[in-house]
Design a protein around this ligand. Structure first.
Ligand code: FAD
Length: 416
C-alpha cells in the first residue's frame, strides 16, 4: 500500500491515540498541537513546584478490554497508573456516598445509603458488563455507511440482545421504569452523569449511562506524575511508530485541494499537504478552520447542537496534613433545589498521596472544577479583553485561578 500522509490536529488523548494507531497502520503521520505540551483537557501543567492536572484528574479504561488496555496492547505501552480505591465520594446535602470499586464494599454502601435503588444496580451492572464486552470488540462508531452497520451487527452477541431496547431510551426513562423518582437518588445519578457524560439522566443514553456509572467498578486510576503522562505515553508510542508531534503549531486553516487532499496552515507559517486530516476538535473549531469549505452537513450539525458546557477550574497547592481523608476525589452537591453546575456541583481532586513528584514535600495539588455556561464568559472577555490578557500570566504565588479550556466548545487553552 502507498503510504499516505495524514495530519492530526490536536495532541489531546484522542488525537494522539488516533495518530499512533494510524502510524502503526503504516500512514505517515504528523500531529500539530497549538499548545506547548500535550494532553489538552487531560494535560498536566507545571507551576512553581506543582504539577497541576488542567482538567481531567481520574482515568479509566485500563481493565482488560477497556479502551486504554486495547491501545496499550496494540502499541506495546505501559500506562503509569495506580488504581484509586475508593474511586470518589459523592457528598449530597444530606448524605455521603462512597463510590467503592470493590464489589463487596459497593454492595454494602448502596444497600445502606441508597436502599430505594437496590434492584436497579443489578440491572446497571448486567447492562454495563455487556456494553464493555461489546465495545471491546471495537465496532466502528458512529457507523458511517452500510458496511459499518453490517460490521456493527456482526459484533452483537446473544447476551447483548436483552439490553437492546435501552439503546433507544434515556437513563432517566430507565430510572422511571424502575420507579426511582426520589430526589436523593436522582441527584446522585445526575451529578455523576454530568461529570462523565456531560449531561444528566434526562439526556444521557441509557447504554452509555450504564458504563458511565460503572467507572468505579471498572477501575478509576491516578496517573503517576499527573494525568498528562497518559498523553506523554501516547506521544512516545507515536514516535516509536515513526510519527511526529510538533508543538506551538496552531492550525489556522484547512483548505481542500482541487486534485484531492488538503493544505494545512499554522500560525507559525508552516504549510503541509496531506491526503487526510483528522481534526480532533470540536465541530465549531473544525467549521472555523474550514471556513467557506465547511460542508453543509457540518453546518447543519452546528445549528442543531445545544450550547455545550464549559468548565471553571481552580488550582491550589495544599498542606498534605490538612487534607488527610479516606479518599482523593470528591463530588459535592450543595443544594437539591438548584440546577447542577455553576458551583452547585463541584469535583475536587487531590493528587495521589503516594506520588511525591506532584508537589513540594508535605504538599499535594488540588484541582476543583464546576460546569459553567460559556456565553457569559465570552461576553466578559469581549467586554474586557485587556483584563483577560493581563491575567494570562501566572501569578507569583503558588496558587492560581484559571478558566479552563472547555472540552466541547473551543479546544483552545485560555487562561483568565
Ligand atoms: C475540568 C474537566 C475535568 C474533566 N475530568 C475528567 C476526568 O476526571 N476523567 C476523564 O476521563 N475525563 C475528564 N474530562 C474530560 C476529558 O478531559 C476530555 O474528554 C478529553 O481530555 C478530551 O480529549 P481530546 O483529545 O478529545 O480533546 P482535548 O483534550 O480538548 O484536546 C484538543 C487538543 O487540540 C489542541 N488544539 C485545539 N485547536 C487547535 C488548533 N487549531 N491547532 C492545533 N491544536 C489545536 C488543544 O490545544 C488540545 O491540546 C474532564 C474535562 C474537563 C474540562
Amino acid at each position: 500500500m502507498k503510504m499516505q500522509k495524514i495530519v492530526v490536529i490536536g495532541a489531546g488523548v484522542g488525537g494522539l491515540t488516533t495518530a499512533a494507531l494510524l502510524a502503526k497502520a503504516g500512514f505517515e503521520v504528523t500531529v500539530l498541537e497549538a499548545h506547548v505540551y500535550s494532553g489538552g483537557c487531560a494535560g498536566t501543567f507545571y507551576h512553581q513546584g506543582y504539577h497541576f492536572d488542567a482538567g481531567a484528574t481520574l482515568a479509566g479504561g485500563f481493565q482488560p478490554g477497556g479502551p486504554h488496555h486495547i491501545v496499550g496492547e496494540l502499541l506495546n505501552l505501559t500506562w503509569p497508573v495506580r488504581r484509586a480505591e475508593p474511586a470518589w465520594v459523592v457528598q449530597l446535602p444530606d448524605a455521603r456516598i462512597i463510590r467503592w470499586g470493590l464489589d463487596a464494599a459497593w454492595r454494602a454502601e448502596r444497600a445502606e445509603k441508597l436502599p430505594q435503588m437496590r434492584h436497579f444496580w443489578r440491572q446497571q451492572e448486567y447492562v454495563a458488563d455487556r456494553v464493555w464486552n461489546f465495545s471491546a470488540r471495537v465496532p466502528a462508531w458512529p457507523p458511517a455507511n452500510l458496511t459499518d452497520w453490517a460490521r456493527l451487527f456482526s459484533k452483537v452477541r446473544l447476551p447483548m440482545v436483552p439490553t437492546a431496547p435501552l439503546a433507544l431510551a434515556s437513563f432517566g426513562q430507565w430510572l422511571e421504569f424502575n420507579h426511582i423518582t426520589d430526589r436523593q437518588s436522582r441527584t446522585f445519578i445526575d451529578a455523576q452523569l454530568l461529570i462523565s457524560a456531560q449531561v444528566t439522566a434526562a439526556q444521557a443514553n441509557a447504554l452509555y449511562g450504564a458504563i458511565a456509572m460503572d467507572l468505579p467498578r471498572a477501575g478509576a486510576h491516578h496517573v503517576q506524575g499527573g494525568i498528562g503522562n497518559l498523553a506523554k505515553t501516547l506521544a512516545r508510542g507515536l514516535r516509536e511508530q515513526g510519527g511526529e508531534l510538533l508543538f506551538r503549531q496552531q492550525v489556522t486553516c484547512v483548505v481542500p485541494q482541487p486534485g484531492g487532499g488538503y493544505l494545512v496552515r499554522t500560525n507559525k507559517g508552516l504549510e503541509m499537504r496531506a491526503d487526510g486530516v483528522v481534526a480532533n476538535l470540536t465541530p465549531w473549531a473544525l467549521a472555523s478552520l474550514l471556513g467557506e469549505h465547511a460542508p453543509a452537513a457540518l453546518r447543519q450539525e452546528l445549528d442543531k447542537r445545544e450550547e455545550p458546557w464549559g468548565a471553571f477550574t481552580l488550582y491550589a497547592g495544599v498542606d498534605a496534613d490538612a487534607v488527610r481523608g479516606d479518599c482523593d476525589h470528591y463530588q459535592v452537591v450543595m443544594d437539591y433545589d438548584k440546577p447542577l453546575g455553576e458551583a452547585n456541583s463541584v469535583f475536587i481532586s487531590l493528587s495521589d498521596p503516594e506520588d511525591t513528584s506532584r508537589a513540594p514535600a508535605g504538599q499535594r495539588t488540588l484541582t476543583m472544577s464546576t460546569h459553567t455556561h460559556l456565553r457569559s464568559w465570552w461576553e466578559l472577555q469581549r467586554r474586557y479583553p485587556e483584563a483577560f490578557a493581563a491575567r494570562a500570566k501566572p501569578t507569583a504565588r503558588p496558587f492560581c485561578v484559571q478558566r479552563n479550556r472547555c472540552c466541547r466548545t473551543c479546544g483552545r487553552a485560555s487562561a483568565l
